[in-house]
Design a protein around this ligand. Structure first.
Ligand code: ARG
Length: 604
């Protein structure tokens, strides 16, 4: 007893003197963002993550698609109801609506028996050594310890009817000594962690010379609470040790421990949107961060992550040398999931046709060239251009509510592909207005909800609005796509600082500004508004720019309409940045009016 104490003490001393942070040391860096936690984000929050291909995003939540909305091609799969489904997507979509019916096997149903998971040698039915019976095998088999991590253990627990997933991936169980298990024959399993049954995971058998430990699990139940006071409260009600939050591993089972992070510990990667993902998801050919940076700047030598079977984050162990042969028993459905994802309809927006890159330094704005801002439109009221607007696809223009009046509908013209309204260029096209939708909560006194939609008239005999020179800007579906200090672009025909008239389209770079209440106490509404400007105020929108775009480019240079020029105290004063309508806050309002398919880039 005393000796053990001494050793621990020495170990502690050693760790602290060498400057390492002990895994369970006292001052744990808190990487969790508390304000974000109030939103109760989970794996179903499309503000933070992509939905599954059998789901779509409605009002910030991934909800079930109907099976008929699945891509048609694929091969049949069998479910636990004994029925065949045309594709994996059809089955998962059906399961999403009826969770008791799970995946059984790839291919049609046969009477070969059912997939089954069970626990054995535990002292309660919430724990034990994991046994599986694959569909085409007669005997139950064990799973090797070294292929077992939180992802697999969660799935096993989900499968066994424990919706909160795993509590411990390892524990001591009383395997009878007289039992002779051939532990060189255990199965290896790999899951993504989002499956609802182990049957969806990849099973392989590797015959090795050295015997393996067997995988065991303790599933989480409310009464098996962690005793520690330092625990993280998951959205699903589970408690996990605080230091497991923001480590890239889905310890909660609903991912809520990885969605509000200011940084990540261990072998995890932080997305700009504040989400921690396992390092091995970086450059694996599938976008995980909603902002896309996990798949950008992938050097050739990192591309190896696209192959299955890279080193796992939470276990060392097994080297390829030990393996004598690997036999694939079930292929797993992860590749099929990715294939289905690639078949979903894709929206084309935010990508310019011509891509001459000419980026000089901007002071007070630069004149634009044809094709530079193909989403920019001008709103002409009688003889004058009074406001800007943004083309978002179909016949739809986004603008500020304070720019338009429904009663003046017939006075308005939408000028697209315009550069200089004194010397109209040949690309210019003029559209009449069919309908104006002003936000129902627009407040002309406070400029809250300063957003409106204009539907252009179609040409006689035409089914669509044909704007050959225009390109829609993408509508941001999540408030986490861009952050303070990101550099974005404003453009318009508005006045110069000295109130001088401007006839040609000008643009300039501005930075998104956080904590804007400090500049406009009592007048700035964080959720609905976004400030942007430069530290010296040299670039700003001004009178006449209203309704026009504040656009930001993502890591792949896709352009999003992040803000609509709304208001500001004076123009170009550093102490008074420009205020823009925060478009991401109105994604549902916009998609409700223009139709989901027109603006839903992901999560359709
Ligand atoms: N409300 C103005 C307009 O009608 C836009 C003002 C923007 N001002 C600013 N400093 N950013 O055009």
């Amino acid at each position: 007893m005393k000796l053990a104490h001494l050793i621990l003490l020495l170990l502690d001393l050693h760790l602290s003197s060498s400057g390492h942070t002990p895994a369970s040391g006292l001052p744990q860096e808190d990487l969790v963002e508390q304000k974000c936690l109030l939103q109760k984000y989970t794996h179903l929050s499309c503000d933070k993550v992509f939905c599954q291909p059998w789901q779509k995003c409605i009002d910030g939540t991934c909800v079930c698609k109907l099976p008929y909305q699945c891509p048609k091609n694929g091969t049949p799969v069998c479910a636990t109801d004994g029925r065949n489904y045309p594709t994996y997507c059809h089955q998962k979509s059906f399961e999403c609506l009826h969770p008791e019916i799970k995946f059984s096997n790839n291919g049609t149903c046969t009477d070969q028996g059912k997939f089954n998971v069970s626990l054995i040698y535990g002292s309660t039915d919430t724990e034990g050594i994991v046994q599986v019976k694959l569909v085409d095998q007669n005997e139950k088999m064990f799973i090797c310890k070294n292929s077992w991590s939180v992802a697999e253990a969660n799935v096993a627990c989900f499968d066994l009817g424990f919706p909160l997933g795993v509590r411990d991936t390892q524990a001591r169980f009383n395997i009878p000594v007289n039992l002779h298990i051939n532990t060189t024959e255990c199965l290896h399993v790999r899951c993504r962690g989002i499956e609802t049954t182990l049957a969806e995971c990849t099973f392989t058998r590797r015959r090795t010379k050295t015997p393996h430990g067997l995988a065991g699990v303790v599933c989480y139940t409310q009464d098996a609470d962690f005793p520690t006071s330092q625990s993280f409260q998951c959205v699903n009600g589970k408690r996990i040790p605080q230091e497991k939050a923001c480590n890239g591993i889905n310890d909660c089972g609903d991912q809520s421990d990885e969605l509000c992070c200011t940084g990540c510990r261990g072998k995890a990667f932080i997305c700009k949107s504040g989400v921690c993902i396992p390092n091995q998801y970086r450059c694996n050919g599938e976008v995980d961060c909603i902002t896309g940076e996990d798949e950008s700047n992938c050097k050739e030598d990192r591309q190896h992550n696209i192959h299955e079977g890279v080193a796992r984050p939470d276990q060392g162990g097994e080297t390829e040398m030990e393996t004598e042969e690997t036999e694939m028993l079930t292929p797993g459905m992860d590749t099929e999931r990715k294939r289905i994802k690639s078949l979903l309809p894709k929206l084309s927006c935010g990508v310019k046709r011509n891509t001459h890159t000419r980026r000089k330094r901007v002071v007070g704005g630069q004149p634009a060239e044809v094709g530079d801002y193909p989403w920019q439109v001008a709103i002409k009221d009688g003889q004058r251009i009074t406001c800007g607007g943004i083309y978002i696809g179909g016949c739809w223009i986004l603008t500020a509510a304070h720019c338009v009046r429904r009663s003046k509908l017939h006075h308005y013209q939408i000028w697209t592909a315009l550069l200089d309204w004194l010397k109209p260029n040949s690309e210019l096209a003029i559209q009449a207005v069919n309908r104006i939708i002003i936000h129902e909560n627009y407040n002309g006194a406070t400029y809250q909800n300063d957003i409106a939609l204009i539907e252009m008239k179609k040409r006689p005999g035409k089914k669509e609005c044909e704007l050959s020179r225009s390109v829609p800007a993408c509508v941001p579906w999540s408030p986490y796509l861009f952050q303070p200090n990101d550099t974005c672009i404003i453009s318009g025909w508005g006045r110069e600082k000295d109130n001088q008239r401007v006839y040609s389209l000008r643009w300039g770079e501005v930075n998104l500004i956080g904590n804007c209440s400090q500049f406009y106490p009592g007048r700035y509404y964080e959720k609905e508004m976004q400030c942007a400007g430069t530290s010296d105020g040299s670039i700003d929108a001004c009178k006449g720019d209203s309704g026009g775009p504040l656009v930001c480019n993502d890591i792949n240079n896709v352009t999003y309409i992040w803000g609509i020029v709304s208001w500001g105290e004076n123009c170009g004063k550093p102490e008074f940045p420009g205020v823009y309508t925060r478009v991401a806050n109105y994604f549902d309002w916009i998609s409700y009016h223009v139709g989901r398919s027109l603006v839903s880039q992901h999560n359709v």
